[in-house]
Write a protein that binds this ligand. Structure first.
Ligand code: AMP
Length: 268
């Protein structure tokens, strides 16, 4: 009906356990499209850790209520067998130029293969005009941009800024599993990103990152990586000049909860 009258469809894929960050994507889509579709699917193929998948929060009743209140027009909650039927979808090879081998890709083997697989299938089913993604998952949106360029040139991507709590903590479904103490610890990620940003440009990135790693460790977090990457190619940089456009990316554990966050430089 929407398409028959020339309307556009905005699509917001999620794994549920929704929060204000997800809702900001719905709001961005509602502003720019006639119809907004959300989806909730905890995609098993993108989890490299079985326990992480088993513990991933599932709150469908609250999620659908949040989507309704936000004015989302419809929600797609497929079964695993719909996305991965017996006769599987053929997923074409996407040329990623090594973008899936650094940062998240280096620490979560197979993760981006799973992400590309599920997003490819969802886009084939939904056929949206615009795909809404969060800057929170910076590497994911950079890689999915290549999927769109190579397989879905008719679909536009809109990346929505990271939604943070007043204190600066990036909202994440995984935050629900943090204790009060860990929530305070996790703030060090935000502060560290700001500190790194304030020291750019720099000829000596490794010194900055070593110090930042130490600062995170002193708060009780266990950093997995702190990297500065070119925004487009995701090449890891050891110096940053005035002409660079970079993303500062951190993954760190608070207890057993793995958190990621990033900031863009020169501007966010
Ligand atoms: P997820 O449910 O974690 O797979 O996230 C679904 C979408 O919401 C992805 O495009 C995320 O990047 C985005 N998202 C998650 N957290 C935030 C946030 N705090 N601010 C903005 N977007 C977010």
């Amino acid at each position: 009906m929407c398409r028959a009258t020339g309307g556009t469809v905005g699509f917001v894929p999620t794994m549920g356990a929704l929060h204000e960050g997800h809702i900001s994507l719905i709001e961005a889509s509602k502003k720019e499209n006639h119809f907004t579709l959300g989806s909730i699917f905890v995609n098993p193929t993108q989890f490299n850790n079985k326990e992480d998948l088993a513990k991933y929060p599932r709150t469908e009743v609250e999620d659908t209520e949040m989507l309704r209140k936000a004015g989302c027009d419809a929600v797609f909650i497929p079964y695993v067998s719909e996305i991965y039927p017996e006769k599987p979808y053929h997923i074409p090879e996407i040329d990623l130029n090594g973008m899936d081998e650094v940062m998240e890709g280096a620490f979560r083997p197979g993760h981006f293969k799973g992400v590309l697989q599920v997003v490819y299938i969802l886009l084939k089913i939904v056929e949206p005009d615009v795909l809404y993604l969060g800057q929170k998952d910076f590497q994911q949106q950079a890689i999915l941009r290549l999927l769109l360029d190579q397989q879905f040139p008719q679909i536009r991507m809109n990346t929505v800024p990271t939604y943070r709590s007043e204190s600066g903590l990036a909202l994440s479904s995984r935050n629900r599993r943090l204790t009060e103490e860990q929530k305070v610890q996790a703030l060090a990620i935000y502060k560290t990103l700001l500190e790194i940003k304030s020291q750019l440009p720099s000829n000596n990135v490794s010194e900055i990152l070593t110090q930042s790693k130490e600062n995170l460790e002193n708060t009780g977090l266990k950093p997995e990586y702190i990297s500065i990457a070119d925004q487009k190619t995701l090449s890891i940089l050891d110096k940053v000049t005035e002409n660079d456009r970079v993303a500062i990316c951190i993954a760190a554990f608070a207890g057993e909860i793995r958190l990621i966050d990033n900031m863009l430089w020169p501007e966010d």
